[in-house]
Ligand binder design. Structure first.
Ligand code: FES
Length: 218
């Protein structure tokens, strides 16, 4: 009787149910797509962790000096050169045997402040010229290279850009063969550093560097 009534109005009961079902599926698809887009959109703002930080180049330490601590961005800024004598006790040369072990390590880097073992916040220890983790004793060199386990790899790095006075990009971090960001030699005219904490690359597993830090000074 109901079908006869619907037919009389130009729509059968079965057609009506099909339309309801179709509309439900369409609604579900729209909702799922919306959720997916929302999930994929970056939700970090400039100057927040996970976003980009712009700092004047003056904050960068002198070559091989102790690192600059930028708490808001959860990174250290370092300026290293393993080919000079100044500060060499903080950047003693790595032995051969691993990827890029013999390459010069020169320039700036932004190093993530979280230990690669189990995620504790490590710190710079002036007395020992290295980063040390209070949780289980991992040690890292000034450039983030692993010195002592249990850290499974060297420290992670963020992408770094060198900008001029007008905020034009002069240079940016390049990726090494190992997938880690290389240190960035700063071009003449660099006025600002931009650190992209949304772009982090894992440190690499290298041989441990256990021993006195001054033994390989040039
Ligand atoms: S979390 Fe740093 S050594 Fe374990």
């Amino acid at each position: 009787m109901a079908e006869a009534t619907a037919s009389a109005e130009g729509l059968t009961r079965r057609e009506f149910l099909y339309y309801i079902w179709g509309a439900s599926v369409a609604l579900l698809v729209v909702e799922s797509t919306g959720l997916l887009v929302w999930f994929m959109l970056p939700r970090f703002r400039e100057g927040e962790f996970g976003g980009r930080f712009m700092l004047p180049v003056d904050v960068l330490p002198e070559t091989n000096d102790p690192p600059f601590n930028f708490a808001d961005g959860r990174f250290w800024l370092v300026n290293v050169n393993n080919e000079v004598e100044v500060g060499c006790e903080r950047m003693w040369k790595a032995p051969s045997g691993g990827p890029n072990e013999e390459s010069p390590i020169i320039g700036a880097a932004a190093i993530y402040k979280v230990c690669t073992h189990l995620g504790c916040i490590y710190t710079w220890v002036d007395a020992n010229d290295r980063f040390e983790c209070p949780c289980h004793g991992s040690k890292y060199r000034l450039d983030g290279r692993r010195i002592e386990a249990p850290a499974p790899r060297s420290l992670d790095r963020f992408k770094l850009l060198a900008l001029d006075q007008n905020e034009n990009v002069l240079a940016e971090s390049t990726l090494g063969e190992d997938g880690q960001y290389n240190t960035l030699p700063l071009p003449e005219g660099t006025a600002f550093l931009q650190i992209d904490t949304g772009d982090k690359k894992d440190g690499i597993s290298q041989a441990l560097l256990v021993g006195p830090l001054s033994q390989e000074c040039p």
